[in-house]
Design a protein around this ligand. Structure first.
Ligand SMILES: [Zn+2]
Length: 51
């Protein structure tokens, strides 16, 4: 069990950004199981250029 704060995500990673997983809203859990989108981390790495 980790106690990471999903609100505090560094956004200055070169070449990639860490975003809160929208599938599980940062909880890492969906329907009582591990979120397949973020593999249970609650975060997803997305490439820059989406803005
Ligand atoms: Zn997720």
């Amino acid at each position: 069990m980790s106690e990471q704060n999903p609100e505090e995500v560094p956004e200055n990673t070169p070449g990639a950004g860490e975003n809160i997983c929208r599938n599980c809203e940062g909880t890492g859990t969906v329907d009582g199981g591990k979120c397949p989108d973020c593999d249970g981390t609650g975060k997803v790495i997305v490439p820059l250029g989406g803005a």
